[in-house]
Design a binder for this molecule. Structure first.
Ligand SMILES: Cc1cc2nc3c(=O)[nH]c(=O)nc-3n(C[C@H](O)[C@H](O)[C@H](O)COP(=O)(O)OP(=O)(O)OC[C@H]3O[C@@H](n4cnc5c(N)ncnc54)[C@H](O)[C@@H]3O)c2cc1C
Length: 367
C-alpha cells in the first residue's frame, strides 16, 4: 500500500511530490506522457512565467474560494519554497515572475533534482480509480496500485494536454462545463493584418461587465492574439465565450490631437500606425476608428493555454483541496474549477494548491 499516489507529473503534481518528500513522505507519481513537466517547459514561451507580484484572489474565477489559500501560501512563501528547491527568480516591469535563468528548463530541473527519492513512472496513464474501504485502487497502463491518498493533478486538455476529469466523475465528483481560456479572440475584422503588432488600450464587454487595460495585441488572420487578448479572453470564457471588443489604437493621443495632425489628410495615418493597419482603419471610418474600433469577438477554441471548469469547488475543502466526499482524495491545479488570468497566475495556483494538498496529506499521515 502506497501512502500517496499523484496522478499527473505536471506543474502541480511535481511540486506536490517535492513538498511531500520534504515532509518525509515518499509519493509515487504516475505520468501518462513519456516525460514529466511538458507544460512547464512550454510555458511562458519557454521562459515559464511562474507567478506574479500582483497575485490576488481577484485574478481568479472564484475569489472567495482561493482567497484563504492565497493568504496562507502568500507570494513570499511560494517563492521561498522555490528557493529551497534551488530556484531563484526575477521579475519584469509588469510584475511577471520568471526563473532568473529566463528558462523554463530551470524550473523542471530543480523539480527533477528534488524528486530523486520519489518513484516516478512515465508512460503510465491512470485509467480508473476505485474507492475501497480506507484506500484507493488505481489501475494504470502498467498495473495496479493501492494508495491511502490520491492527488488528482491531471491538468486539462489545454495546449495538447490529456483531459482526465472522468477519473473524478467516476468517483462521484461533480465537474463544471469545460471551456477554453487564455487564448486569442476570434473575429474576421482584421483579415490581412496577420503578424502586425500594435500597442493599444482595449476593453471587452462580456457578461454585463467591462474589462480594460493597455498592452500589445498581435493580429492573426482570424482574430486578435497577444498578451492583452489572452488576458481579456478569460473574462469572455467565464461569461459564455463572447463579447464586444473596443480598441483605442492611439491611447497616448487625444482625439483633438489626432484631428489636429490628421484631420483632412487621413491617408497619413500610416505616420501613426503600421501601414497595413492604417489602411484597414481608413476603410473602416478613419480617425474615428483609430480611437474607437469595436467588433464582436468569441473565445477561440484552439491554442488555449488554460481550461475554465473542472471539479466543482463545493466538492473540495478550500484549506487542503481534499474531496468532501472521499477522505484522502485531492484535486489540484487545473483539475479543480479554478482558472487565473494570463500573467503567471495559473502556475501560481498550481503551486499553491499543491502546497495545500501536500500539507494536508502530511498532517493526515502523522495523525
Ligand atoms: C503553451 C502554454 C503556455 C503556458 N504558459 C503559462 C505561463 O507562462 N504562466 C502560467 O501561469 N501558466 C501558463 N500556462 C498554463 C499552465 O501551464 C497550467 O495552468 C499548469 O501547467 C497547470 O498545472 P497542472 O499541474 O494542473 O497540469 P499540467 O501541468 O498540465 O500537468 C498535468 C499532467 O497530468 C498528466 N496526466 C493527465 N491525465 C493523466 C492520467 N490519466 N494519468 C497520468 N497522468 C495524467 C499530463 O500528461 C500532465 O503531465 C501555459 C499553458 C500552455 C499550454
Amino acid at each position: 500500500m502506497e501512502k500517496v499516489v499523484i496522478v499527473g507529473g505536471g506543474a502541480g503534481g511535481l511540486f506536490c511530490a517535492a513538498r511531500l518528500l520534504q515532509a518525509g513522505v515518499t509519493p509515487v507519481v504516475l505520468e501518462a506522457g513519456v516525460r514529466v513537466g511538458k507544460k512547464i517547459l512550454v510555458s511562458g514561451n519557454g521562459r515559464c512565467n511562474l507567478s506574479n507580484k500582483n497575485v490576488s484572489a481577484e485574478r481568479y474565477n472564484a475569489p472567495a474560494f482561493v482567497a484563504p489559500l492565497l493568504r496562507k501560501y502568500g507570494l513570499e512563501r511560494v517563492l521561498g519554497a522555490w528557493e529551497e528547491l534551488g530556484l531563484l527568480c526575477r521579475q519584469d516591469a509588469e510584475g511577471r515572475i520568471y526563473p532568473y535563468s529566463n528558462s523554463s528548463g530551470s524550473v523542471l530541473n530543480v523539480l527533477l533534482h528534488a524528486l530523486k527519492g520519489a518513484k516516478v513512472r512515465t508512460g503510465a496513464p491512470v485509467l480508473a480509480i476505485k474507492r475501497e474501504r480506507d484506500s484507493f485502487l488505481l489501475t494504470y497502463a502498467g498495473g495496479e496500485l493501492r494508495a491511502e491518498n490520491v492527488v488528482l493533478a491531471c491538468g486539462s486538455a489545454a495546449g495538447g494536454g490529456r483531459a482526465s476529469f472522468a477519473l473524478a466523475r467516476e468517483l462521484g465528483l461533480e465537474t463544471t462545463p469545460l471551456r477554453p481560456a487564455v487564448t486569442y479572440l476570434k473575429t474576421d475584422k482584421f483579415k490581412g493584418l496577420k503578424g502586425v503588432r500594435a500597442k493599444v488600450a482595449a476593453s471587452l464587454e462580456t457578461g454585463g461587465k467591462t474589462y480594460e487595460d493597455r498592452g500589445e495585441i498581435l493580429f492573426r488572420e482570424d482574430g486578435v492574439s497577444g498578451v492583452l487578448a489572452f488576458w481579456l479572453s478569460s473574462f469572455a470564457a467565464r461569461a459564455g465565450g463572447s463579447g464586444v471588443l473596443c480598441i483605442d489604437f492611439a491611447p497616448d493621443f487625444s482625439r483633438e490631437k489626432l484631428q489636429e495632425v490628421y484631420g483632412g489628410r487621413e491617408e497619413l495615418l500610416c505616420g501613426l500606425l503600421h501601414k497595413a493597419l492604417a489602411d484597414k482603419l481608413l476603410r473602416r471610418g478613419g480617425l474615428a476608428a483609430v480611437k474607437d474600433f469595436s467588433c464582436r469577438v468569441s473565445v477561440a477554441d484552439t491554442d488555449n493555454q488554460v481550461t475554465c471548469g473542472g471539479v466543482a469547488l463545493d466538492e473540495l475543502d478550500a484549506e487542503t483541496m481534499m474531496s468532501k466526499k472521499h477522505d484522502g482524495l485531492y484535486c489540484i491545479g487545473e483539475m479543480a474549477d479554478i482558472d487565473g488570468e494570463c500573467g503567471g497566475y495559473n502556475l501560481h495556483w498550481a503551486w499553491v494548491s499543491a502546497m495545500a494538498a501536500a500539507d494536508g496529506i502530511a498532517a493526515r499521515i502523522k495523525r
